[in-house]
Design a protein around this ligand. Structure first.
Ligand code: ADP
Ligand code: ASP
Ligand code: MG
Length: 405
């Protein structure tokens, strides 16, 4: 019997009414005859609420305690959904990430999944149960709870789908698919009916929060089709699979933005290899190198990563060859994401001469192989995203044969 994995995000689980609505939808899918694994996020914005509770008590939270705390959000959702399913007579079982066999590396707050022991889930499926798994978490070493980073329930779902050999993985969310830019902030964003894994991966890696990039990697590794769709209605969303090269969208495929960043400007005779190693040791999840020059360097990263990064840099300042470091908070990145590195090269002239890359307030950054990126003041991001979208997506000459629907 085919296995289908369905993931429901926080907005789809905002209240018990929403949980009941999802329960009914799951039961309809079940009637079609598949074995079902359902992965859930924390209810509504409960992860943010847990984070602010911790913040009321400390500015320097212990990462282990934080993971224990944050993992509870998803556990609430999976137990409530299992209760709701049983209330309608369905046979269901709720599992935490560790109970579902999800093993991770030992890295609080940003762990990668290293292995999934599929037996616990497979046994429950074979016993006829709907398996409801708490997303965003797994276990490292001797039962340590580690979370997978913000948006990590997508990763749980895609990784389970890959390891269980699922027929497809549905990602239910509060938008009806993947768009050329966040439809909540860019007017006229265009919905994709179908996309290649690599194209979505490039957008997700550059900050399109509709799906976690690691989820796309897991799905791609086992060719599991993803379907990003609305949890509020049954219309088709965006199907993501391996497309023939001729069918992938040419040119710029999306505009993404990231806020809440700080630019670290450094001077000195900087050893870039060692600097990169130091950033990797600090597990900095994201960093782009902007405006590289021999005696001046700038890196950009999430504000919450600055404290740990500065600690490491200060300890090794001499070995790294750094003379001075200055911090510029309140920055954002905008990315023009292309379908491939090749497409990126083809767009070079058009992009370099565009107003953004000529603007005084913007600095070119080298962040992703498939994207043209610039650092900007955070307050100007939304306006630039709109302008760039109008210019590069709405006025693009080339047609997107399969991609747009
Ligand atoms: P969930 O709780 O279901 O995981 P998320 O908030 O993580 O939902 O992701 C869905 C959100 O992603 C949408 O509400 C939308 O604002 C945002 N988003 C960002 N970029 C895109 C994009 N390119 N296409 C669609 N949605 C996007
Ligand atoms: N609850 C976590 C978050 O808010 C994980 C997820 O939603 O995927 O980031
Ligand atoms: Mg999400």
């Amino acid at each position: 019997m085919a296995i289908i994995v369905q993931k429901f995000g926080g907005t789809s689980l905002q209240s018990t009414e929403r949980i009941a609505a999802i329960r009914d939808r799951i039961l309809l899918e079940r009637e079609k005859g598949s074995q079902l694994v359902v992965v859930v996020s924390a209810m509504g914005d409960s992860t943010n609420r847990l984070l602010s509770l911790a913040k009321e008590l400390t500015n320097r939270p212990d990462p282990r305690d934080m993971d224990l705390l944050l993992a509870t959000g998803e556990q609430v959702s999976c137990s409530l959904l299992s209760l709701a399913l049983k209330e309608k007579g369905a046979d269901a079982v709720a599992l935490t990430g560790p109970q579902a066999g999800i093993q991770t590396e030992h890295a609080y707050g940003k762990a990668r999944i290293t292995k999934i022991a599929t037996r616990p889930i497979q046994e429950q499926l074979d016993a006829g149960k709907i398996v409801v798994v708490a997303g965003f978490q797994g276990t490292a070493g001797e039962g340590e709870i580690c979370t997978l980073g913000r948006g990590g329930s997508d990763t749980t779902a895609a990784a389970l789908a890959a390891e269980l050999g699922a027929e497809r993985c549905d990602i239910f969310t509060d938008v009806d698919g993947v768009y050329s830019a966040d439809p909540r902030s860019v007017r006229g964003a265009i919905k994709y009916s179908c996309m290649d894994y690599d194209c979505l991966l490039a957008m997700a890696a550059a900050g399109a929060s509709v799906i976690h990039p690691r989820a796309v990697l897991h799905a791609r590794s086992h060719d599991v089709p993803l379907h990003v769709r609305s949890s509020f209605h049954t219309d088709q969303g965006t199907r993501i699979e391996r497309l023939a090269p001729g069918l992938t969208a040419p040119g710029v495929t999306g505009i993404t933005g990231q806020k809440g960043l700080t630019l670290l400007r450094m001077t000195g005779d900087i050893d870039l290899r060692k600097l990169r190693e130091t950033l990797a040791e600090a597990h900095v999840t994201w960093s782009g190198i902007a405006a590289a020059k021999p005696d001046a360097y700038a890196i950009i990263m999430k504000e919450e990563e600055i404290y740990e990064t500065m600690n490491r840099i200060n300890r090794k300042k001499e070995t790294l060859g750094i003379h001075t470091v200055t911090q510029e908070p309140g920055k954002a990145l905008v990315h023009l994401v292309c379908g491939s590195e090749d497409q990126k090269k083809k767009q070079a002239n058009l992009i370099r001469t565009s107003p953004l890359f000529q603007a005084k307030e913007a600095e070119t950054a080298d962040c992703h192989p498939e994207a043209w990126s610039a650092v900007l003041p955070e307050k100007n991001l939304d306006a630039w995203m709109q302008q760039l979208h109008d210019r590069f997506l709405l006025k693009q000459d080339n047609q997107h044969p399969v991609a747009y629907g």
